[in-house]
Design a protein around this ligand. Sequence first.
Ligand code: SAM
Length: 369
Amino acid sequence: MDVRRLAEPALRMLFDLYRSMRPRLAATKDALRRRARSNDLLRRVYYDPHERDVYAVRNERLFSDAWHQERMLADAVRVDAYERALSVALRPGAVVADIGTGCGILALLAARHGAGTVHAVDHAAVIEWARQVADARGEDRIRFHRTHSRDFDPGHRVDVLVHEQIGDWLFDERMLDTLLDLRDRILQPEGRILPGAFDLHIEPVQLVDEQSVPFLHQIEAAGIDFSVLRDVSDDAVRTLRLVVPPADVAMALSSPRPLLHVDLHELSEARLPTRLTATRTVERVGRFDGFCVSFVAHLTPEIRIDTSPFAPASQRPWHWANGFLRVETRDVRPGDRIELELNALDLARPETWTWNANVVEQTATQRAG
Ligand SMILES: C[S@@+](CC[C@H](N)C(=O)[O-])C[C@H]1O[C@@H](n2cnc3c(N)ncnc32)[C@H](O)[C@@H]1O
């Protein structure tokens, strides 16, 4: 019996079947992935496994790139804020650990402002560039450790943990996991984390006109109506997180107020809330395009880094962009209320954020009153 002749048609049939089903399988996989954001069981399949290790590899690669280091170093507002903070916060001879040293800027500034010993830690190859700069300056108080922070052990406790583990979405560079681990293992009981306190802002804004993009179902282009595509907007597009340069944000619709305050000295575990709500009263006529994400990092009680797009340009560190949560664009008037509900499986992973915006119009009577 010729087995090959018998098997070949069956194999071809199976292959054809697989090929015809491939688009449907891909669509099902995509749908499951989207659902996984809000379903506990599916989340474990799609988001959790090895997530921590995958992030560490991605982070190490990202920051091995000179471009990222160049942008951070060229941001003079950022560097100046750190230098001023270190100059007031360090007592002479302090033992400092610079977590994620990059090209070594914070370690070198700590040494300049009186640190006795500085441990410069980074898991990326860039730490070799930091070593070269320190050598060229004859700086011998810095010890370099090429390792991930969770494997870093200086053998004694340190007085200060200085870091810049801050992403556009504040927590997305895993600052909490990294710093709380180090705080508990190697920081003196009275030691300081610099910066140690943060405010998260998520404010309703109007974008500049050229950047205000309606959802598909709101669009009529050249007389062609796309409103039948409402489902598309309801599903994927509504959770599309964008990052916008501050210049794209034209106007705040209400007075900013922090939605969340976190102090790394006091936080008992690396857990952030998974649900945040806010209500803002509109103060000026405008178009509500979405919510703008920014943060304030408190380096000392007086020195802060503020990424609000409305901070004066000379005081805003430019290399951070602003997270942006789209909503169905609509016009609003003073007295209207904008309600935000944000759910996140993990606030440190913006890809797990979903949000709802509700606008409650002020009635004519309320307006008249
Ligand atoms: C935003 S950069 C800051 C670099 C530098 N401190 C500065 O202010 O210019 C963050 C750095 O931290 C490093 N990094 C991030 N997470 C780390 C971790 N858990 N352990 C060691 N290095 C880490 C990255 O490789 C990157 O060089």
